[in-house]
Ligand binder design. Structure first.
Ligand code: PEP
Length: 251
């Protein structure tokens, strides 16, 4: 049985005290959510240590939003996978479209980052997805296929047990535009098929594939009802504990 997961990506929002309060509210409300749904909060680097103190020993997992593509050394301003693990993280998001778009995140760098994160015992939430032009040109399947192949095909079926895929159509992120449940499901099923062809049916069946892009309590139910949608990576709605938990109650 693959895992149901709702992960909140806080992006560059909240001060440290605000983030600690938000984490406390998520932990407090997490009791309302069925125990088979994994909850994760992904916070800015500065928040990880104090938020880890809030989430430790609870059912809420802690994720970073990125990590360095180098192990350690003279890389001013970077944060390594080992630092994340030692801060109390169990996960890191990698390849978010905002990082691909604004910070030159390439698939080659993502292979390195994934390798380093896995080596530190972190699970990776790898984001893939097409932009608006690519969708309008009918290239969405090809774009997702290339991103999945370029990164995930460099790893083993064993590694895949520690990787979660998030399909996030870029045109739906923070725009209020949500992919329809049918649009999301066809890409999720397609990605699962690519994984099955390469790693086998069992590995594909166990892979959690999350949907991200303006997911909120009002549309999560329809999305999560799809056969190949195993939960959500949530941006804006993760900044309010009630909305985040409302989404997690939508399975
Ligand atoms: C995201 O950034 O991962 C995301 C899905 O954002 P939003 O929910 O705000 O569209």
């Amino acid at each position: 049985m693959r895992k149901k997961i709702v992960a909140g990506n806080w992006k560059m929002n909240t001060t440290v005290p605000e983030g600690v309060e938000l984490a406390k509210a998520v932990v407090a409300k997490s009791a309302e959510v069925p125990s088979d749904v994994k909850l994760i909060v992904a916070t800015p680097f500065t928040h990880l240590v104090p938020v880890a103190a809030v989430t430790a020993g609870t059912r809420v997992g802690l994720s970073a939003e990125n990590c360095a593509d180098k192990e350690k050394g003279a890389y001013t301003g970077e944060v390594s996978a080992a630092m994340l693990a030692s801060a109390g993280c169990q996960y890191t998001i990698l390849g978010h479209s905002e990082r691909r778009q604004y910070y030159g995140e390439t698939d080659e760098k993502l292979v390195e980052k994934t390798r380093l994160a896995l080596a530190q015992g972190l699970d990776v939430i790898l984001c893939v997805g097409e932009n608006r032009d690519e969708r309008e040109a009918g290239r969405h399947f090809d774009v997702c296929k290339t991103q999945v192949e370029n990164v995930l095909f460099q790893f083993t079926a064993e590694d895949l047990k520690h990787i979660i895929v998030a399909y996030e159509p870029v045109w739906a992120i923070g725009t209020g535009l949500t992919a329809t449940a049918e649009q999301a499901e066809e890409i999720h099923a397609y990605i699962r098929g690519i994984i099955a062809a390469r790693f086998g049916a069992e590995a594909a069946e166990e892979l959690s594939i999350l949907y991200g892009g303006s997911c909120k309590p009002s549309n999560a139910k329809e999305l999560f009802a799809q056969k190949d949608i195993d939960g959500g990576l949530i941006g804006g709605a993760a900044l309010k504990a009630d909305d985040f938990i409302g989404i997690a109650l939508s399975f």
